[in-house]
Write a protein that binds this ligand. Structure first.
Ligand SMILES: *Cc1c(COP(=O)(O)O)cnc(C)c1O
Ligand code: SF4
Length: 399
């Protein structure tokens, strides 16, 4: 592994575990912290944190791998990583905007486990299990509901749906966390998807490289490679999550030809500072992981205290602009609540517009016009019709 520029630190093995157990993802899953007692053995809990556990199972499941718990501060409740994993009493308070299904997924759910919102791609929720239940999760309507791996008929119906909609060219495995299932189960789903000729790209959205990097085994990577092109979308939110173990997992993926992208979520008091976003993005890029999205946190139930304001997120974006390589810069995007889809936001550089002349002021103050050729001079390429069928296939894909 390359270790020249950044230091990725080894995570200490928790008390009572052997080195061998620590490296075994099944052990990490089996021994994850789930109850107040488990947490008290790991953390010095404050009274208000203890009371947050009262009835929390009715709100949103609690679960953390010992590996990930080790990354959090044991005493300080305001610690960023601790905020991600520790239940908070405000989760039970009705706040500003509370939606069980902020992405309006139930409206775009043609068959159990499939969410088809955009024409050329759909989600396939293969499990609702995660190894860590992030307190800001946007899919609380599905995640952690004890439904586990999709049933045979759910798989058959999903495959049939995707087959019947050849406009779907990309399938995104999601959940829950798709990498909590076994290699055999994953291989089975990927094999079925690869039997559908219209499916070109498969994506896997997973937090396992962050919260249980032991999962990225040579055997898993072999399965992903077998079904290429498979892209892995990770979810790192803070540079402290990039440990030796996670760096090793990420490099294993990339070294075996699996492209890796990261989607971060802006979180209040966790990562809403340009120094944090820059450090996270540069370290990821160094590990050949492309920072892809910086999401505004969705107004999921019980997340008001974790949500950043759009104003602050925009401020952070504009401070990074011009100072952070385009390769390292994630797209800032807001999901319009209730299933409106993603809305990108970029700093506004255009200060005026007059017919074919637009005036811009750049990130460090340079101001100049861009003059477009007149409309009558604009011609389309001669051969565009060669690609028309492919285009039309997508236009009708949601029917
Ligand atoms: C975000 C999302 C996708 C993927 O969108 P990209 O912009 O391609 O990453 C697909 N389907 C749904 C329902 C989504 O919310
Ligand atoms: S890993 Fe993803 S799906 Fe699971 S709880 Fe965290 S944010 Fe939600």
């Amino acid at each position: 592994m390359s270790r020249a520029v950044f230091e990725f630190k080894k995570t200490p093995v928790a008390t009572g575990a052997t080195e061998l157990q620590w490296k075994d993802w099944h052990w990490q899953m089996r021994t994850s912290l789930k109850s107040l007692n488990d947490f008290q053995a790991f953390f010095k809990l404050h009274d208000s944190e203890v009371s947050a556990f009262d009835g929390i199972d009715n709100t949103f499941n609690v679960r953390v791998t010992q590996y990930y718990a080790t990354l959090a501060d044991q005493r300080f409740s305001e610690d960023p990583i601790r905020k991600i994993l520790m239940p908070h009493k405000l989760e039970k308070v009705t706040g500003l905007q509370q939606m069980l299904d902020p992405l309006g997924e139930k409206k775009n759910n043609p068959t159990a486990r499939v969410i088809h919102r955009y024409s050329d791609r759909c989600l396939l929720l293969i499990t609702d299990v995660c190894s860590v239940y992030c307190r800001f999760c946007t899919r609380k309507h599905f995640t952690g509901q004890e439904q586990a791996f999709l049933k045979q008929d759910e798989l058959e119906n999903s495959i049939q749906y995707i087959k019947n909609h050849p406009g779907i060219r990309e399938v995104i495995l999601s959940g829950g966390d798709p990498l909590t299932v076994s290699d055999e189960q994953l291989d089975r789903v990927l094999t079925r998807l690869r039997e559908i000729p219209s499916v070109e790209i498969i994506r896997i959205g997973t937090r396992m490289p962050v919260v249980c990097p032991q999962r990225i085994t040579p055997e898993l990577v072999k399965v992903l490679r077998k079904h290429k092109p498979v892209f892995v979308m990770t979810h790192f939110n803070h540079p402290r999550e990039l440990t030796y173990e996670s760096a090793e997992g990420l490099e294993r993926l990339v070294d075996h030809g699996v492209p890796v992208f990261n989607q971060m979520v802006m979180l209040n008091g966790v990562n809403n500072h340009e120094t944090i976003v820059q450090a996270l993005s540069r370290r990821l890029l160094y590990l050949r992981v492309k920072p892809y999205y910086m999401f505004q946190c969705d107004p999921s139930e019980g997340t008001d205290h974790l949500r950043n304001s759009i104003e602050d997120s925009l401020e952070i974006q504009s401070r990074l602009w011009g100072h952070l390589s385009g390769l390292a810069m994630p797209h800032y995007s807001i999901d319009i609540p209730n299933g409106g889809g993603k809305a990108y936001k970029v700093p506004n550089f255009e200060i005026s517009k007059n017919e074919n002349v637009r005036t811009f002021k750049g990130w460090d103050g340079v101001q100049e016009d861009y003059i477009s050729p007149p409309a009558e001079q604009i011609k389309k390429p001669l051969d565009w019709e060669l690609y028309l069928d492919e285009w039309l296939r997508i236009q009708n894909s949601k029917k």
